[in-house]
Design a protein around this ligand. Structure first.
Ligand SMILES: Cc1cc2nc3c(=O)[nH]c(=O)nc-3n(C[C@H](O)[C@H](O)[C@H](O)COP(=O)(O)OP(=O)(O)OC[C@H]3O[C@@H](n4cnc5c(N)ncnc54)[C@H](O)[C@@H]3O)c2cc1C
Length: 415
């Protein structure tokens, strides 16, 4: 069934971050644009980015330094970022009445601190430029005639256009609508898809004491990862304990590497809760606390020894008899063991968490199959591909959404 006789200039499939951007740019060029979106509303994932605050980009203005955050993909990205880079993103959102502010590690957020405002600004710009938005409609298939994409089949009939922007996202948080449909479409069209893998994702840990700390943040610690007992790498910063394991920016950005270690063998990590204090100084500090509290049982003074929020963990990790002992009766060796524990909390990493908890899922269309100056498919020149569908290794910190703004802008300019 043909929906109507209209042939649109541009059909955008998927109204997430990159689809909305592509829609705005095409509509501003005077093209007739329709966005077909599966959900009731556009931008459901965009609205939960950055914990609801939307880390919209990263204010690293040196393009070479910026691209360092995309791992192996960086060599492909110079040309698209020369067309629409970080400064263009700042100007673009400011032109929509959405000023940005820069926080630690150059992460940029809307001044209002509301991800919803990013969605709202893009949606209003789509409406202002007369783009048509159609929600609650699922694209199911491409229609190909004479080796050209001419239309799409949907749950609401067929739609036809001169150009198509495929912006259906990847596989992270599928409840927001990105269920991997685009990967399937691209495969059917003859494209090569690198297998999707959660890469910026929390770590699953088997130790009970970690689960008990769910919700606790250690704002300054050092974590060192080991493969089969051999030291691999360390990171220092903030860590978040959850009911399944470890999270927080530092963990998320280590996940890709930890994932490769997990393929190779057993992975353990040691957390140093006092990375800027030597073992000797920490022991002196604890001796002083013990001296001050001689007649109290250890359990009652744990709060003074361990970092904020971590008493529960030490109640599990320290032997019960020792916990109930008066501090003046604790043996020197047991005291030394507690000091050592504070600098070497062992956790066993069992897995990376899945798609449902991933911020970034690697994999997607291999970059050699797309013209990165136009975002055109190298198989179908009226098909443009954007955002999370592309096989780009991204880190957290605004680098995922910047890919969406850049590729969405370029697709919208050329579609
Ligand atoms: C929890 C979380 C927090 C994040 N925070 C940040 C952050 O702060 N900063 C950052 O840079 N990145 C962040 N990211 C990554 C960022 O959200 C993504 O890179 C970005 O949203 C991808 O945009 P997209 O346009 O490619 O796809 P999406 O935003 O996933 O949009 C795809 C759209 O296509 C629709 N769709 C799918 N299939 C069909 C179909 N068959 N028919 C019709 N419509 C369809 C979906 O419903 C969806 O609306 C975060 C990700 C997650 C999961």
């Amino acid at each position: 069934m043909q929906k109507d006789n209209k042939i649109w200039d541009v059909i955008v499939i998927g109204g997430g971050a990159s689809g909305m951007m592509a829609g705005v740019v095409s509509a501003r060029r005077g093209k007739s644009v329709i966005i077909l979106e599966k959900n009731k509303k556009l931008g459901e994932k965009l609205k939960i980015t950055g914990g609801g605050r939307c880390n919209i980009t990263n204010a690293e203005y040196d393009i070479h330094k910026f691209l360092e955050h995309y791992g192996k993909s960086k060599d492909f990205l110079f040309s698209p970022f020369s067309i629409f880079g970080v400064e263009d993103t700042f100007k673009f959102f400011e032109s929509l009445g959405l000023p940005l502010v820069i926080e630690a590690r150059k992460r940029a957020f809307p001044k209002s601190e509301k991800a919803y405002d990013v969605y709202d600004a893009l949606k209003k710009e789509l409406e202002k430029n007369k783009a048509t938005i159609k929600t609650n409609i699922i694209v199911t298939k491409f229609i190909i005639i004479n080796e050209k994409v001419v239309g799409v089949k949907t749950t609401d009939g067929s739609y036809f256009a001169k150009s198509f922007v495929l912006a259906t996202g990847g596989l992270s948080h599928p409840e927001t609508g990105s269920t991997g449909d685009g990967f399937r479409f691209l495969k059917d069209l003859g494209h090569k898809i690198e297998k999707p893998n959660p890469s910026v994702v929390p770590l699953e840990v088997s130790d009970k004491w970690v689960h008990e700390l769910s919700g606790v943040t250690l704002s300054f610690m050092k974590i060192t990862f080991y493969l089969d007992g051999k030291k691999q790498f360390s990171k220092t910063g903030k860590i978040l304990f959850t009911h399944f394991g470890l999270s927080g920016p530092l963990i998320l950005n280590s996940a890709s590497y930890v994932g490769s270690l997990l393929q190779a063998g057993r992975v353990d990590a040691f957390i140093d809760a006092y990375p800027d204090t030597t073992l000797g100084d920490l022991e002196d500090k604890i001796v002083k606390i013990f001296d001050k509290n001689k007649n109290k049982i250890l359990k009652n003074i744990l709060k003074e020894i361990v970092p904020d929020g971590m008493t529960k963990a030490f109640e599990i990790l320290i032997d019960k008899d020792i916990l109930e002992t008066k501090v003046h009766s604790i043996k020197k060796d047991d005291r030394k063991a507690i000091v050592l524990l504070l600098k070497n909390l062992k956790v066993h990493i069992t897995n990376l968490m899945g798609y449902d908890r991933a911020v970034v899922v690697d994999g997607g269309l291999v970059l050699t199959e797309v013209n990165l100056k136009t975002m055109q498919s190298k198989i179908f020149d009226n098909l443009f591909i954007t955002g999370d569908l592309l096989n780009i290794n991204r880190q957290s910190g605004g680098f995922g959404l910047q890919i969406c703004w850049t590729t969405g802008y370029i697709a919208g300019t050329n579609a």
